[in-house]
Ligand binder design. Structure first.
Ligand code: ADP
Ligand code: MG
Length: 492
């Protein structure tokens, strides 16, 4: 029994697919949000003209030497602290040797035998069920450049702007048991790295890329041979690619063929994965410690200094919402889906919003609008202070629901910016002229004799129709609770 076999004993079995158990392990490359590269001072900014951000070190000119970027190490420490990992007091950089045009040195500097972050775990909910995926390690390394294939002129070019960009490769144990669990893990990890500010999380730009290792086996069998799907850069493709891979492996096995270990690419156009190369072993890379870099020493004081800069983590924030604001676990989880969203809620509450109402508006109307507009909360046209103002006017009885939605709409569309001014301009003040309301009540009662009769005959529901009529006649400005009371009083 190998190490993985031993580690997998006692792990829960996942849902079977066509009679097979699915095993998934992830390797994720998170691009660290430093301004300069991991071993040089060139900029890491995305989208520059090719080769304008590649300095002599990145080009591997003779005589250049790498110098470790402290900011990259600090970000690795932050991840380790967030995930309960061991931070190695001494870790080592190694050369991973291979030839490729976008790798001028002929080797990639990475960490091999002793990574800076060791162990730890990512926990999350899959539906009601709590899942914990254990990490093997997270190691620092440099990114390679990019080959650009200019089909229209039939040429390829190399852009070395990305060469030397700092990456943290986060490796899990093969602990996931379904596509849904794998995607939920990736989303949770994405949330954590962006929450603690070590990675911008931009998947289109390649700042967060996942490799999914997938195998299947009959329950009780030893682990199957895995195939690795490279560079998944959207959660949707991730789900499609893993599902496809699971089914094609099962097809192979059912037809009596063995799975060959391989690295595959997902093609979103066909929804299929295809083999890029049959997998090489670590031995093929002739790893050895990089003589140009001393071991990375992380003193306990350094860890403590980094710890002092850590934000409250999502789980702790959610617990605070439940404890201090009386929110449900579900609402607290919704509001802590991202750091910016939680910040928005905190800002609204600090500006005087009743927490429960603010939560309802943020996870309801606001979330719907953000989804429809495909923007994040940072770009929401309704600011936290404005939402607080709106919520306050709902809480003090000024705005019934319907009117509140009109105010939100006005804020969202930029028609107005001050809640009270919008209420004034749109004449949304509730009807507090007792005489006018009384008149409406009498008219509605007179016109709806059938409802009145039914209500008096004991049919409580008939009252709803009358309340609706009054609300309509008041242009939505009457308070439904008050109308109900007044009607009951009048009808005896
Ligand atoms: P390598 O060193 O060849 O990259 P590792 O042992 O580091 O291989 O494993 C790489 C990834 O593959 C890890 O995330 C691990 O959890 C996962 N993995 C290993 N074996 C399996 C398997 N049989 N099925 C699915 N995933 C696996
Ligand atoms: Mg590996």
């Amino acid at each position: 029994m190998n190490t993985f076999e031993a580690q997998q004993q006692g792990r829960p079995t996942g849902p079977l697919v066509r009679g097979y158990e699915v095993i998934i392990g992830f390797e994720t490359h998170a691009q660290l949000s430093t301004a300069s590269k991991i071993f040089s001072r060139a900029s890491t900014a995305f989208g520059a003209e090719p080769n304008t951000q590649a300095c002599a070190v990145d080009l591997a000119l003779p005589g250049t030497l790498p110098v470790m970027n402290k900011g990259a190490v600090e970000r690795a420490i932050k991840l380790g602290l967030a995930l309960g990992s061991h931070i190695a007091p001494r870790s080592v950089f190694a050369r991973k040797n291979y030839f490729y045009p976008d790798l001028p040195k002929g080797y990639q500097i990475s960490q091999f035998e002793i990574p800076v972050v060791q162990g730890g775990a990512v926990s999350f909910f899959l539906g009601e069920e709590k899942k914990t995926v254990r990490l093997v390690r997270a190691h620092l390394e440099e990114d390679a450049g990019k080959s650009l294939h200019e089909d229209f002129i039939g040429q390829s070019g190399i852009d070395l702007n990305r060469a030397g960009t700092p990456l943290l490769e986060i490796v899990t144990e093969p602990d996931m048991r379904s596509t849904a669990e794998a995607v939920a893990y990736a989303k949770e990890l994405h949330k954590i790295v962006t929450w603690i500010g070590i990675c911008d999380g931009n998947m289109q730009e390649g700042s967060f890329r996942c490799d999914a290792n997938v195998s299947v086996r009959k329950p009780g069998d030893k682990l199957g041979t895995r195939r690795e799907i490279k560079n998944l850069n959207s959660f949707k493709f991730m789900q499609q690619a893993i599902d496809y891979e699971i089914n094609s492996q099962i097809d192979e096995l059912e037809e009596g063929r063995a799975i060959e270990q391989a690295t595959v690419l997902f093609d979103p156009a066909t929804g299929e994965t295809r083999t890029m190369r049959t997998k090489e072993d670590a031995a093929d890379y002739r790893y050895f410690p990089d003589p140009d870099l001393p071991p990375l020493v992380v003193a306990a004081e350094w860890i403590e200094r980094v710890r002092a800069t850590m934000p409250e983590l999502p789980r702790a924030t959610a617990e605070r919402y439940v404890r201090d604001h009386g929110l449900s676990e579900y609402d607290a989880a919704q509001l802590t889906q991202g750091a910016a969203l939680a910040q928005y809620f905190d800002d609204a509450v600090n500006a005087g919003a009743a927490p429960k109402l603010a939560s309802n508006w943020i996870t309801g109307e606001m979330a719907r609008r953000l989804n429809a507009a495909e923007i994040g909360i940072e770009a929401a046209p309704v600011k936290a202070a404005q939402l607080a103002q709106l919520v306050t006017r709902i809480a003090d009885g000024t705005l019934p629901n319907n009117a509140a939605r009109q105010v939100f709409e006005a804020l969202w569309s930029g028609e107005g910016s001050d809640v009270d001014a919008i209420i004034e301009a749109k004449d949304l003040k509730p009807m507090n002229d007792a005489g006018a309301l009384d008149k409406i009540l009498d008219e509605v009662i007179a016109k709806n004799a059938k409802n009145v009769e039914e209500y008096r005959g004991g049919k409580e529901k008939a009252l709803n129709g009358l309340v609706g009529q009054v609300m309509k006649a008041s242009g939505g400005k009457a308070n439904p609770a008050q109308v109900t009371e007044l009607l009951k009083a009048k009808l005896g």
